[in-house]
Ligand binder design. Structure first.
Ligand code: HEM
Length: 641
């Protein structure tokens, strides 16, 4: 039976003013877990699953003056103060639980019990030392610190929060045991580097592959071994410099469509739920970028958009189901829900098959010679590149890859934008500085590849947002062989969570770790990444499995951010529900991000229609671009080895 991940939060039906949300419980970041000793063993939901109560939000709030805010409304400092007190109280309560020993394993381990049993029946001490010393820390290797989870302690918060508290107590690697399940939690940069880069061959995607099989099959994210090597080698070259530069035009157009929606909302004095709008923005972008399909989800809820969200919602729901009913043969045929999911999957697959067929015809008819930076200007999609390259692959594998990229590039970018706007709403100083840069760099033009180099502070805002809200907050691996992590030996079949959240917020690794401070990244320094930060900063993972869409996503979020703040001011709406975290594959809000959007008084900017994004100036050498092409080569080389 598969383990399960809550993949994505599905945006509510398209509506600007009033959003109704449904109560929903999800499991965390794929943490429906199997027994570590067998991949086909029974599964149960990760006990620290969280409840996301989506109550109904208040409806339209009319903008009157001072950005639609009631002048008598509570002062923002007061709100911050209350939030700080609540946070301190919550942390103190959890720390008290940890200190009380609630999490500390007091029982003897299974091996110790066996050892004692053997001693009782007369097995000599020297023999026991030889057999068990290695495991029990009696030899040269110390034992991994061990914590025991309590469902009660963590039920009401996003799961990576208690993992953070436990990290402060137990350190950079510890074992967390929930009943019969056991996981290694890694929050140490050098151990993360070892797993992700230095000895990456010894680790698979483990439960993640089982969880994602339903939507992604053997797509690039869940695939391991030879399939991964072959697919990575085929896909990485498709995201070449010229392609990414061309995408900047697409990002600008899509962001402009969102601006038009916000224009209307700002004029009508309606509040907007930004999280769902960002989800739609990035769905529209990734559909065009990956297989040249315009979902147009910012304007419509068409059948295919609904089908995509039905499939994603199913993945989310499976992560909390106590019994995997979808695996019962007869249930598949009688359950209306599963029939709906299967119909949605069929619609998506049929649509992808049609797109593949159309694209194949285009490729057959075109006279373009295939070369390294090949791109059809009418259809610059990744699919077009793959087909033109003569990629010899089954249509099922091609569909899996397309679906994988659709999902990978959709909610991640949406989550980055959501949390960036949340952070900006708390720091007007950063917002002013950001708007100043955007005004001076962009004027009234659409952003171009040249602007990406100039939008330095905007990029740092995204870098910093990714530090505070990494998407996903945890990377999942399983050991394929015995290994040594730091000073601790581990056995094969260990499920491991690398907590990017802990790495990014560790007080040992960062000054003012919880503070949103884009200035911590020098404007003239290199873009921060896992290599120059020595694995304490992992926004796109690291090693051979690093994100293939990192530059794409960086530009996408920079363009969207720049275009939105150029035209509007954003504030948390009066009466909006508190912005709290919950996790799917990425960090979501529990009740949306409801904002009041107002037109900026100056400068009065509406983008002109001139766009010049397809020309790439070869003299431009963005450090990340260099890295991307090198990465393609390096990881292709690794994939070949
Ligand atoms: C801000 C947006 C994004 C973030 C934060 C992000 C983050 C990540 C991370 C952390 C990983 C590594 C996962 C692991 O090691 O387990 C990853 C892998 C991946 N990402 Fe992204 N990603 C983003 C956007 C994209 C986009 C736009 C695409 C596609 C165009 C994409 C495609 C992929 C793929 C295919 C992989 C798997 C690579 C492999 O296993 O070889 N991502 N991403």
């Amino acid at each position: 039976m598969a383990s399960h991940v809550a993949l994505l939060r599905v945006p509510p039906p398209l509506s600007i003013s009033t959003q109704r949300f449904h109560a929903k419980q999800i499991c965390i970041n794929g943490l429906k877990l199997t027994n570590t000793s067998s991949s086909s063993s029974s599964s149960s939901c990760f006990p620290c699953s969280i409840t996301t109560q989506r109550g109904s939000c208040s409806s339209v709030i009319t903008c009157s003056s001072s950005n639609g805010r009631d002048p008598n409304s509570v002062d923002e400092e007061d709100v911050k103060q209350v939030e700080r007190i609540l946070e301190e109280k919550r942390r103190a309560a959890l720390s008290a639980k940890i200190a009380s020993g609630e999490f500390t394993v007091k029982q003897k381990s299974g091996l110790l019990s066996i050892m004692e049993g053997l001693a009782k029946v007369g097995v000599p001490n020297e023999v026991l030392e030889f057999l068990f010393g290695w495991f029990e820390g009696g030899g040269e290797h110390p034992k991994i610190p061990e914590a025991k989870g309590s469902i009660k302690a963590v039920r009401s918060v996003a799961f990576f929060i208690p993992l953070y508290e436990l990290y402060l107590t137990y350190g950079g690697i510890f074992r967390l045991t929930f009943g019969p399940k056991s996981f290694l939690i890694v929050s140490d940069p050098s151990i993360a580097k070892h797993i992700l880069r230095e000895n990456s061959k010894a680790y698979s995607k483990g439960i993640l592959a089982e969880i994602l099989d339903f939507v992604m099959g053997k797509g690039l994210i869940p695939a391991d071994g030879e399939i991964w090597r072959v697919r990575r080698r085929a896909i990485v070259p498709a995201l070449h410099q010229k392609y990414v530069a061309a995408m900047i035009g697409l990002f600008g157009q899509a962001a402009d469509r969102l601006c038009q929606k916000l224009d209307a909302a700002a004029s009508d004095g309606e509040d907007v739920e930004m999280e769902s709008l960002f989800s739609r923005l990035t769905l529209d972008i990734i559909g065009k970028a990956v297989f040249n399909y315009d979902f147009d989800s910012l304007s419509n809820d068409t059948g295919i958009v609904e089908a995509v969200y039905t499939v994603l919602r199913e993945a989310e729901d499976r992560s909390v189901a106590p019994i995997p009913v979808w695996e019962i043969p007869i249930w598949k045929d009688v359950s209306p829900r599963l029939r709906k999911v299967n119909a949605a999957l069929k619609l998506i697959n049929d649509t992808l098959d049609d797109l593949i067929a159309i694209c194949k015809r285009m490729v057959d008819e075109e006279e373009l010679q295939f070369h390294e930076e090949y791109m059809n200007e009418q259809d610059p999609s990744i699919l077009h590149f793959l087909l033109a390259s003569g990629d010899d692959v089954s249509s099922k594998q091609l569909r899996d890859d397309l679906m994988t990229m659709l999902i990978a590039g959709h909610e991640t970018s949406a989550a980055v934008l959501t949390w960036t706007f949340y952070l900006l709403s708390k720091e007007p100083r950063v917002m002013s500085k950001l708007q100043e840069e955007v005004d001076s760099v962009l004027g009234d033009q659409y952003p171009t590849i040249e602007d990406m180099k100039k939008l330095k502070y905007t990029t740092r805002v995204i870098n910093e947002s990714l530090r505070l809200y990494p998407q996903p907050p945890v990377l999942i691996r399983r050991s394929l062989e015995d290994d040594v992590l730091g000073e601790y030996p581990i056995k094969r079949n260990e499920d491991i969570f690398i907590s990017v959240w802990n790495l990014h917020r560790s007080p040992k690794l960062w000054d003012d770790a919880d503070k949103f401070e884009p200035e911590r990244w020098a404007l003239d320094g290199p873009s921060p990444n896992e290599t120059n930060q020595n694995f304490k900063y992992l926004p796109f993972g690291g090693g051979p499995r690093k994100c293939v869409g990192d530059l794409f996503a960086s530009y996408e979020t920079v363009v969207a951010l720049a275009m939105l703040v150029r035209r509007f001011n954003f504030q948390i709406a009066v009466g909006a529900p508190p912005v709290e975290m919950t996790t799917g594959a990425t960090i979501h809000t529990t009740q949306g991000l409801k904002m009041t959007v107002t037109h900026r008084i100056k400068p009065p900017i509406v983008p002109s229609l001139q766009m010049s994004t397809l020309e790439v100036d070869p003299s431009i050498s963005l450090s990340d671009q260099d890295e991307v092409s090198q990465k393609g080569e390096v990881y292709q080389a690794q994939a070949q080895s």
